[in-house]
Design a protein around this ligand. Sequence first.
Ligand code: ATP
Length: 942
Amino acid sequence: MARTVENMIMLEDVSERGILNNLKNMYRKDSIYTFIGEVLISVNPFKQLNIYNEQKLRQYRSHYPFELPPHVYSIAESAYRNLISERTSQSIIISGESGAGKTEAAKQIMNYIAAVSGGPTEDKVKTQILKSNPLLEAFGNAKTVRNNNSSRFGKYMEIFFSDLNQIIGGQIMQFLLEKSRVVSQSQGERNFHIFYQIFTDDEIAKKLSLTKPEHYKYLSNTYSVDTIDDKLGFRETKEALDYIGVSKETQMQIWEVVAAILHLGNIEFSHSEKGDKTARKDGSQIVDRTPLKLCAKCLHVDEGMLETALTTKTVEAGGRNSTYISPLSVEGAYFARDALAKGLYRRLFDWIVKSVNESITLPSLINRRLSTMNGKAPKNGKKEESSKPNEYVTIGILDIYGFEIFQTNSLEQLTINYINERLQQMFIELTLKEEQEEYVREGIKWEKVPYNDNKPCVELIDSKLGIFNLLNETSLLSKGDDDFLRTVKTNTSKHPFMVPDDKVISKEQEKCFKIKHYAGIVEYHSAGFVEKNLDTLFQNLVALALTSKSTLLTQLFSNDKIMTGGNNVATKPPMICTQFKKQVDHLMAKLYACKPHYIRCIKPNDRKIGNCFEDDMVTHQIRCLGLLENVLVKRAGFVYRHKFDFFIHHYKVTTKETYPFLAAQFHNNQVEASKHIILNVLKSNTDHSKMFQIGKTKIFIKHPETIFSLEELRERACPDVATKIQRVFRRFIAKKKAEENKREINTIFKKFQKKRRRVSYNRIYQGDYLNFAFNSEMSKVLAKENDSNIVYSGYVKKVNNRNKVQDRTLVMTHKNIYNLDWNEKKKKIKVKRVLPISDLAAVKVSPFTDGYFILFFNSRYCYFFDSDDASEIISILIRLFKQSKRELSIEVSKQFDYKPTLKETRTVKFAEVSSLPKNPIDKSGKNEITVFVVPQAEQKNL
Ligand SMILES: Nc1ncnc2c1ncn2[C@@H]1O[C@H](COP(=O)(O)OP(=O)(O)OP(=O)(O)O)[C@@H](O)[C@H]1O
């Protein structure tokens, strides 16, 4: 497999293709995360990977991102660590297209933060935040072709931390709710989940005269989704409402608004009939009064007034407060009906979010000050004092649609792309600012970094003469989309971020303008811009809502009441562009007050399946997420910077002077040691000052090639180092176990009065004397037996059935005892016999200072061995038996019977002599042998 890099600022091929290949090769290894500098790139695996668990959480806790492979936990850890160490607010900005995994990433971050931050209120707040999630999903999520549970709004979720770094509250800011979904959905998509959930409660449905989803025009032809349980969803929605303290009465009013929208969608209009005196020929009338009745009932308004409000409009006459009623055409009536449905739902959603906020934001927090990243002066001009005891800091998680480039792009895309431009502007500003501040701090020589500044593009959209304002002006003057397009072209044609029209353009293209965004050129179709910007809800509909007997409904329109001055004649509400720009400014102000962290999510295929990576689709997202820009900005300065101690620790293996021991001249001199390591890989004829610089606490390296060379040297050195470390570690563990074994065998031998040789007693038990844990031949033998974990290996002598002594190798694992022939020169192993330890019945030994022992197996085999390690071997067997909750029978005697073959029984006698005879094992009778042993220096006082 091609070489991959975990941090793409190290890419050899700095291009979209290079990024694509790296992501693809990582994805094939199920490595879904990579970095660009500190920006995390996450590719949706569309399958469960075992990477979010307690163990991983602990691993990432208290580690810097560069110490471990990229992971969403490392971003959460960085944010939490900064929050604590610097007492500054943090933000995590997650972007990507629908289904790319933004919400999932946000959830993992929440889990991580909740797990690592403690505190008495943490659980309550965490539960409140988690409990409110199904509620927001019910009203804000829908099934789309891209994602069965797609969030159809952007959100910024803040978690508040006390001065003891404990979670004390939260707050959600929502924007860009896709309210057009309320009245129509594309093929294969659904309306918001709540519209289907409500049918699963028979009692509520009956009360509201709701029959079946199939009977409602606002619900498309997709009613149920495999992965979604609407009944369960509704239960959770109601529980969440209970949890946040919404009374049953108000809950009923919520269901009434939802049902009213469904009934409203079934109201149909036709041209007004000539016979009707009140009708005008260009007017409209309601076809069937049943849905009208039901809708009015749910809204608690007068049926006749609803009818009038849907079929007529109040028009301002020339003078102040002078109005007259004008009938609406059929088209106009449908427009008014849909506008009312969208208006109702948008207000209901705002109300839900507000209610959630009231439950998760502690009242005492509302007026408390926020600590800002740089102590910026707030609007009132007073600078924040950063060390007030009751000050709190936040971690904010922004889950927002990424850049959108569709076949047809409208005002929705312009607003989404505008917010992404603002985020990109902040990214560039803060990244470069931070870089340059660090250079100054470290005393590094630096030049201004060249980069693509997208500020003019932001201005093209939001300045005084920008597209938003041009749209507002056109909308105010009640002009149409063509006027808007004309004014855009006249006022912005010379702008460097506006793409001039081709000489020959099609009729369709004539209606479009093109903007050069940082993520690519987007062609916007002007049709519908004005209408969407006005977001008209006719005044009489607002007035009607204000007459409702439902307290919830009047609350939903309370802001409109303020605008009407309470006289039921609405002034025009702010246009969508104005409202949106204000919201974005507010969000940006919050984000600028935080230290940002970024996650860019990528969707590898449209089929929502694992192990499928579609190049074209990912390339498009690489462009939309501006990943190449990210790499270029990060590479413009130094691609690598780390504290000296980390650098030395990581690369010391690359030179003889720094590994295994630091040469004397580098003691207490990290700068010289770092220089030595880097100069070792740089060619002598290069200008070193251009390759790296030494700061006050860090080393800065300019080019990725230098890091590659260092990594290559390290990789070459590392397998050895790893093996050595592993060996030492295993020995250490083995030694600890051996000490325990030794103590145990001493006790046992003392009990049975077996004499101990002093040499044996004082020996250090090592277990794997032949290092078979690292022997590839032995690994093969073990693999065949499906075995592992060697606990003993060593040379022994075996007394065979002809009473002759043979050299053998004995290996023991937790499972088996191996009698082997090991040819060390030829590195060959011949397996003589493998017997399971579970078959072992007893061990018998003499009372003298010898190393003989006989293993008795239930299968009636006996092994008669002689070994200097006898007591160690027996102690290991005792331990293994203990582990399997059995007791090993040990017999100490001067004489016993054993079976040299399956058919024969022989008696063995042990006798102490002063010097060994020619045959230490002698046949002393029919089926009897004597084993002579010379007493050895004995260890007394066992
Ligand atoms: N890390 C992950 N591991 C496993 N599956 C994932 C992961 N991230 C996302 N998914 C899968 O992809 C689906 C879509 O993810 P998610 O809802 O987070 O996307 P999104 O970017 O928030 O989409 P939208 O903008 O439409 O709300 C999830 O329901 C889940 O099945």
